[in-house]
Design a binder for this molecule. Sequence first.
Ligand code: ADP
Ligand code: MG
Length: 395
Amino acid sequence: MINKKSIRDAELSGQRVIMRVDFNVPLDKEVNITDDTRIRAALPSIEHILKQNTKLILMSHLGRPKGQVSEELRLTPVGKRLSELLSKEVIITRDSIGEETKKIISGMQTGDVALLENLRFYKEEENNDDGFAKALAEYADVYVNDAFGTAHRAHASTEGIAHHLLGLAGFLMEKEISFLGKLLYNPEKPYAAIIGGAKVSTKIGVLEKLLEKVDVLIIGGGMSYTFLKAKGFEVGHSLMETEKVSLAFELIKKADEREVKLLLPDDHLVADKVEETARVKTVDTNAIPPDMIGVDIGPKTVRAYKKEIKQAKTVLWNGPMGIFEIEKFARGTNQIANVLASSKATTVVGGGDSVAAVNKFKLAESISHVSTGGGASLEFLEGKDLPGIQALADK
Ligand code: ADP
Ligand code: MG
């Protein structure tokens, strides 16, 4: 088990707290925030810390400025939105470690909140430069990490800084560790994992690890065609990774040896092109036309998957069942999301696109845990040590 100290376990009264948050929000062309979920998600930790008569310094990255100042990627709109949500002033600095900023931070009063400028304006951030980490650490007495989405990266604000300050998990980080840790170390059985999305190649590590953990492995989406090819089926023009067919074959064999039930789609929605106006039909796995593309799982498959999911006590879902961005191909993903939402099991959804699907169908509230990290949640479930979590203090 991973047992890290959180802000729940610490006395913060009178301290200066620096917290890494994930304010990497989507912006439109006029730099308006189009979705403030990530800012709202940090409020419980922020409010908890502020209640204890502290000074709070927040820091985040936004987009990929690659070590240079980019006017469109300033955190100013984020700071303004945060100020509205907190109903209090947020001090927004022009950089992260400049002289002027140092002065502003040292002048903070108890109860003040400051937001440092985009950390990735400095190449030192992603290089995990110790001087940069130390400069950030000098602002505070204690460090909090509430940005799970970047915990798989050893950056100055996620890893380096914890060499200079006591590191605690924020509430979001604590929840991620608790749910994903349970899946990794002690899932309630039966445990079913549904893995979909585009490619086998991006999910090899997690597929291999899951075969050691789960009772049922359910495959959908684009990657199912590489598995079906390995079983000798023709898949037409569906997404298929020729160089991963033998790996898929090995995974099928491994599932068999471990007595893990591995489910592949029995039927499919196939289309003549990947567009809303496509001509579509439903076909069985042994009848995929040579000139068509598998774009979604079919109704028989949904029924079979539903039956398995209903029997499980733990369900992990990563990767959509079809090209759900296109309305016509979204049905399988929608139905599987609904099965999870109505399940009494512990349900966890991880992965950028799967989470987007759950949000699109407005089902997030009915899922036990919707992970905020795409790459980070996959690496966690592979059993890898995440540097941003490793760096925090043990309980
Ligand atoms: P996640 O972000 O949840 O981990 P991935 O990034 O692995 O998921 O995959 C998401 C993408 O997979 C989506 O853009 C979706 O359109 C695509 N996809 C799903 N099914 C298919 C399919 N049958 N053919 C091609 N692409 C697919
Ligand atoms: Mg994705």
